[in-house]
Design a protein around this ligand. Structure first.
Ligand SMILES: Nc1ncnc2c1ncn2[C@@H]1O[C@H](COP(=O)(O)OP(=O)(O)OP(=O)(O)O)[C@@H](O)[C@H]1O
Ligand SMILES: [Mg+2]
Length: 809
């Protein structure tokens, strides 16, 4: 490099023709001198920091440095192109050969501009690639001997094809870019020749200078085109993705903005109408309620989240009231864990006795339950379930338990609940959804320390399309799970562990098994007439006096009157109708006293008849069974026991058996069995076998609309048939129950207690029961045992011996 070096001290004069850097006259003179001419193959070099000039493109270059200006002037003076080289180290102020790339572009300076702020710019048009062969020393500017590089004049198909795709891709990019001036597309289309196209695109591309420089340094056109194609493809992918993202964000921003604007407008309108303040007050109230509700952390967090949502919502939005209702529910539930009220067992005994007559065994069991709870409050005590016919005091026992333990009492009726959601609530996404009835009654109770009575668990619908209500109830009752009971509507757990649950049912067998296993069953069979009288005397009359605004000294109701009501106006296991009839009597007394007709009334049996009208229940038994072919059976029903009649009739025919009265399969079969048994004994009974063949037998069980089933009417059917065919009537004060076998055995049955009480109510004096039910005798109230005669049957012949009257003839 050094052999061509020109001494550094040799001055160079600027071309006076250019208006650049117009030096003071004296100064110019001073520096004037012989200029060392550049060699033929050398050019002045302009070092640039941050642009790459490509052949065929035009760019403005800033000419700031002294040496740059000198270079530009020299190029102009010599009318040679200016060599533009990129600095490899942009920070260097006076770059030497080592701080420059050695490949650049020769440029024609189209114009030279001095900007108003004094900076200089050259508008350069790229001409050709060049490679530096040698830098020359000794000039006041950079100078180098260079070799220019020509692109091939001949274009083959390879290059042609690449050039075409390059153009397509470039156009595609322009299409993807926002706001591309139409001229740009025109310019691109106007470019001719693959090399020119490559350089034009290279210059335009939005890539780093170093990358551009590397494009410039690819001398082989085909390689350069490939490299460019690659770059453009990548670029297209990036643009497409970013455009997608762009569109998405633009959409969502647009949407959010619109909503925000609308909301603002709505606020303004509401404010104008004076409505917003109300809403604000409401929000403040809710906020306060949340703070005071003593919610667990998780719940409070949820509540505040919903409140935030509410604040951002316009009041008129449908969702607003939904969220508000939800928050009201949340804030009004008894979250606070209060200490459980202490249990005073002696006081509990007093209250139970005060409210209920008799029921000694049941009261004892309840007191045991309370005592255990008192000694071990956190222990998993069983759930009581009262089972018995209506009106026997299940609900009122529950109320007494609440009173005795100082708890609030709430009822949840489960009768006919088919949908799990009734227990557990509907999800909030449903319009008009609400919490389930467990949570609803907790809000009513206002405390978690309550007695919650789940009524009619036996009438709970079976699991089906809407989920299984029984399994939801299991979760409620399970001490392992109910501390985090989740209502669908609330969506947060609620602790039910301090609720005291008591269930009631009329029937045991329809309570879902898993539920029954979890409960301690307490049976209430129903009352005898004597017990009913006591209950009426001690409780029902007093209560009805009170209810009708009468004072005890204004009205007296004697035992005879009460007995008349019990016997002739009611037939039930419980005392509900009894209380109602007493109420009816007292109401009419109240009217007379209010009218001033009298001041004191003593009600006797005749008054009952004149007030309540003709008796509602007869001693039906005597009337019905006075003809042959009718027997009195005993049935067990969900409402306690009852008597039933079996009627048999005979008509000419050919030995058919007709059965009516909505009999179930089992009952029909026992009628068949009864007839077979009678036929088998026809000679003993004195029945002419040939007369049987020429007649049809009809067996009917009245109360025909009620379906009946079960084997326990077998004995009654047998007796009715035997009575019919022997023409001996059945004793009117005898009732019977028992299953029969074809060998003539009497098999045991269930529900003895209820059946016996029903017989007593109906005025029966003799009850015939299977021998094998003798062990149930002790369950039967003493009063019933005293009043009734019991016949224990081993075989059907025992029934005939005791039930049939002597032959009429
Ligand atoms: N042993 C009793 N002593 C005093 N009152 C009684 C007794 N048994 C029942 N009662 C009264 O009879 C009425 C009916 O009782 P309750 O409502 O508890 O019946 P229930 O068993 O819950 O019936 P249901 O199955 O129809 O709900 C109540 O007013 C109750 O106080
Ligand atoms: Mg009840």
């Amino acid at each position: 490099m050094n052999e061509n070096t020109i001494r550094n001290s040799d001055p160079v004069t600027a071309d006076a023709g250019t208006r650049v850097d117009a030096p003071a006259a004296g100064e110019t003179r001073q520096r004037e001198g012989a200029v060392r001419p550049l060699p033929e193959d050398a050019i002045a070099i302009l070092a640039v920091r941050n642009v790459v000039l490509f052949p065929g493109t035009v760019i403005p270059l800033t000419v700031g440095r002294e040496r740059s200006r000198a270079a530009a002037q020299e190029a102009t003076r010599l009318q040679r192109p200016l060599g533009v080289l990129l600095q490899s180290k942009p920070d260097t102020e006076e770059p030497g050969p080592d701080e420059l790339h050695w490949v650049g572009t020769t440029a024609a300076v189209l114009r030279y501009i001095t900007a108003p702020d004094g900076s200089h710019h050259a508008i350069c048009s790229g001409v050709k690639r060049f490679r530096v062969l040698q830098f020359l020393d000794g000039y006041p500017f950079l100078a180098a001997r260079v070799q220019t590089i020509d692109d091939p004049a001949q274009v083959d198909a390879d290059i042609e094809g690449r050039a075409r795709s390059l153009k397509e891709r470039a156009l595609e990019i322009l299409g993807l870019l926002p706001q591309v001036p139409q001229e740009m597309v025109g310019a691109l289309n106007a470019v001719e020749g693959p090399a020119q196209l490559a350089d034009f695109i290279s210059g335009m591309m939005d890539i780093g200078v170093e990358e551009k420089q590397s494009l410039l340094e690819i001398f082989d056109l085909k390689t350069r085109l490939d490299k460019l194609l690659d770059l453009l493809s990548h670029r297209i992918e990036v643009l497409k993705v970013s455009r997608e993202i762009d569109e998405k964000t633009r959409e969502s921003i647009g949407d959010a903005n619109r909503k925000h604007l609308l909301r603002e407008q709505m606020r303004a309108i509401q404010k104008e109408l004076g409505e917003g303040e109300e809403g604000a007050a409401e929000l403040a109230d809710l906020e306060k309620a949340i703070a005071e509700a003593k919610m667990p952390e998780e719940v409070e967090r949820q509540a505040r989240k919903e409140l935030k949502r509410l604040e951002r919502m316009p009041e008129a939005a449908g969702e607003y009231s939904m969220v508000r209702t939800y928050l009201e529910w949340l804030t009004e539930l008894p979250w606070a864990a209060e200490p459980q009220p202490p249990i005073d067992v002696a006081e509990a005994r007093r209250i139970l006795d005060e409210d209920h007559y008799g029921l000694e065994k049941i009261k004892r069991r309840i007191l045991e339950f309370l005592a255990v709870r008192k000694l071990n409050p956190s222990g998993k005590s069983p759930i009581l379930c009262f089972v018995g016919p209506p009106g026997v005091g299940k609900t009122s026992l529950g109320q007494s338990i609440a009173k005795a333990t100082g708890r609030k009492f709430v009822r949840v009726s489960l009768g006919g609940v088919h949908d799990e959601a009734e227990i557990r609530g509907h999800r909030r996404t449903y319009i008009g959804s609400l919490p389930g009835n467990i949570v609803q009654s907790l809000r009513k109770a206002g405390t978690r320390n309550c007695v919650m009575m789940l009524d009619e668990v036996d009438k709970l619908g079976m699991g089906g399309f809407h989920g299984d209500p029984a399994s939801a109830l299991l979760e409620v009752l399970d001490p392992e799970q109910n501390s985090t009971f989740r209502d669908n509507y609330l969506g947060v757990p609620f602790d039910l562990s301090s609720v005291m649950f008591i269930c009631t049912a009329n029937v045991l067998d329809t309570i879902p098994g898993p539920l029954r296993d979890r409960m301690e069953i307490i049976q209430l069979p129903g009352y005898t007439a004597q017990e009913k009288l006591q209950i009426a005397r001690r409780y029902l009359v007093k209560r009805q006096l009170d209810a009708n605004g009468l004072k005890p000294d204004q009205c007296e109701m004697g035992d005879e009157a009460l007995n008349k009501i019990i016997d002739e106006y009611t037939r039930e296991a419980g005392v509900r109708n009894l209380e109602r009839e007493i109420g009816n009597v007292l109401r009419s007394v109240a009217v007379r006293i209010a009218e001033g007709k009298t001041e004191h009334v003593a009600i006797g049996p005749d008054d009952v008849a004149s007030i309540l009208g003709p008796r509602k229940f007869d001693a039906e038994v005597a009337m019905r069974s006075s003809v042959p072919g009718v027997a009195t059976g005993l049935a067990w029903t969900p409402v306690g026991g009852d008597i039933l009649f079996v009627e048999a009739a005979r008509m000419p025919g050919n030995g058919k058996l007709i059965l009516t009265g909505q009999l179930g399969e089992v009952m029909k079969e026992s009628a068949q069995a009864a007839l077979s048994l009678v036929k088998a004994r026809s000679s003993e009974l004195g029945i002419a076998a040939e007369s049987l063949e020429k007649s049809d037998i009809h067996v009917h069980v009245p109360a025909g609309a009620t379906p009946k089933d079960g084997p326990s009417a077998g004995v009654a059917m047998f007796v009715a048939l035997a009575s019919l065919l022997t023409a001996r009537s059945v004793k009117s004060d005898v009732a019977m129950t028992g299953e029969i076998s074809l060998r003539g055995l009497v098999l045991p049955i269930g529900g003895v207690k209820e059946k016996v009480l029903a017989a007593l109510r109906a005025g029966i004096t003799t009850v015939m029961l299977p021998e094998r039910n003798r062990r149930d005798l002790e369950e039967i109230p003493a009063e019933a045992r005293e009043k009734l005669t019991f016949v224990w049957m081993e075989r059907v012949d025992d029934a005939l011996a005791n039930a049939l009257t002597n032959p009429a003839r």
